[in-house]
Design a protein around this ligand. Sequence first.
Ligand code: ADP
Ligand code: MG
Length: 723
Amino acid sequence: MKQGDIVSPKTPLETIFRLTPIQKTGLAKLSITTVEDLLRYFPVRYTSIADIKHIADLSKGEDVTIYGRVVSSKTSKGFRTKIPMTEAIIEDATGRVKCVWFHQAYIVKMLVPEMMVKLSGHVEERGEVPYLANPELVRTNELPLDASGSLFEDNHEMLVYPVYPETKGITSRFIYHHIQKLFSKGALGNIVDPIPEDILTKYHLPTLKTALVWIHTPQKESDAVAARKRFAFEEVFMIQLARQRERAQTKEHRGFIIDPEPKALAQFTARFPFKPTASQTHALEDIFSDIKKGVPMARLLEGDVGSGKTFVAATAAYAVAASAPADNKFGNLQVAYMAPTEILAEQHFKSFIEYFKGLPVEIGLLTGSGAKKFPSKTNASEATKVSRVQLLKWIAEGKLLILIGTHSLIQKSVQFKNLGLAIVDEQHRFGTLQRGKLTKKDMIIPHFLSMTATPIPRTLALTIYGNLDLTLLDEMPMGRLPIKTELVAKSNRKKMEEHIRAEINNGRQAYIICPRIDEPDPEKELALQAKSVIAEAKRIAEDIFPEFEVGILHSKMKPDEKEWVMEEFKKGAIHILVATSVIEVGVNVPNATMIAIEGAERFGLAQLHQLRGRVIRSNHQAYCYILTESTSEISQKRLKALATAKNGFELAELDLTLRGSGELSGGKQWGISDIGMEAIKNIKMVEAARTEASRIIAEDLELTNYPLLCAKIKTNHRDTHWE
Ligand code: ADP
Ligand code: MG
């Protein structure tokens, strides 16, 4: 491409820059192909030159970054503590400093003499000699980007420089320089801002062009802040727009008018062996008020694991299946209940059989492995296997009123006669499209109830569930023993181990969770220094609990290996299961009552909470041990919150306020970038985005006057809904 040619947002970078194969692979890995992709690849942070220190200037208590050369490295053991550790000497032009990594003997392999490294950490002191304790280690060929390319000359022109997520072949420096080149080739000239100008003015947000310049080359901190704010707003606004449009489109349709007889309902709920909690009653009130309006319900029921969502789902299902709709034209309505896994579908089927026994409501189960029906012809209290074809026929005829299953429920071959209610468990991605698949064209749209146990902050819920009304189940059934959660100090490790030993001797079992599968690959993951599952399992089996069976579970194992280990653990043949955090969703071993979580500072609080949920499945007292080597105040605060927070929602809010943005885990899971998560931290911004999105949708549902917005939410929609 010649100088002066116009660079448009969609121009592939390959046609503008000469790229090496490694750079091409690297860019592909970062999903960067076009000019726009690169311009929208944002820095994760900025390093101020002020944080970078010469070794001679280090003083106790500071958080610093140093650049230097590895002089030597070795492993050793703490003199009294016997803690394994790595020590290294690092040198720059001004002097030498010692760095120490406790419990991380393997780091020595990464510290090759003569290598250039960047180290960030806290300066400690011993005998008045400063050293860096557990610094973050990154191998680098690059010195920080300043005008002269050398850190070691005084240069105060550029105060901050951007740090981008890097990959092999693509450094921050590469990205920075190529963006500069795009700017100078006039790439900004062809960029059109999708956000209407009046909105930008109202909220004092920079235009797209300005924001792109500011985010990549801020002259001062406030530039970067303003730019990030704009992109954060943009992201949340786009999601809101798409979701609210979906919601408005749903409301244009008719829904069945269902107004159940209170007496019949009371008789149904009396079948349960417990009294509903106030939360459950409230949730049912919300649902019943929705479904009598003649507009399709779109509601999310959010409640911790064990808060009793199935009761609510079953009662709603009963109301729909048993009470004919007010206009009574369709006969009895049907209910579809979709679960994320076969195991859970099977479990719900069994529960529903209990709840509906003796009532004139037939229930089906449809999964990838087959079909079942309740009641069986020969035995009214049991279910029986039937052929898929037969089951599908009953569904199409409207004879079968409740169908439970997995994703197989939304196949084309499944045609309901009169679907009145679709219930979806734990599938936040289930959109209108899929719901559309459940019903025939031009029919009345079924009511929709989504359920989730993932506690998320209110701002996030408002955003990603903008198409749904929200009901919280924020109360646990009475009589559960609350779990004991303890933040274990280093000096108390032995005590914890003794307690685990005693409980296992009492017949219980334990999980030990480690943050990573294997030793970090020294080339790729220098910065990751977590304990590994494999090494940890070995240490536990050999040094700590030689008398017990220790098993391993992680995501890289083959499915049949995993299954075997889970079976052994269920049987009690394995006493301690050392696993990564990805232990399967459906894992249910009531006898496991202890969970110890290593490197806990690496997990989000919501995730820790869910891990902890795995051991609250029986009447035995459950224990959760939180282990961390981080002494940072914020980590300690977060982890203490885990011990005190009353429920998952409280925790999710705390997590959001306590974690620095950029570190927030879980954003990706919701299709939100790190920058978008910055908006999620800001209720005002989320509300502004919501207000503007509603206004636009109310004025112009088809977005005829906003073609750019329309195009943009279409691409975003594809990204988040078609998995
Ligand atoms: P989840 O919200 O995780 O889906 P479940 O619906 O599976 O929770 O309920 C967990 C357990 O609590 C079940 O055994 C259920 O029977 C029981 N349960 C539900 N509601 C109540 C209640 N109000 N009182 C006592 N036990 C309840
Ligand atoms: Mg459930």
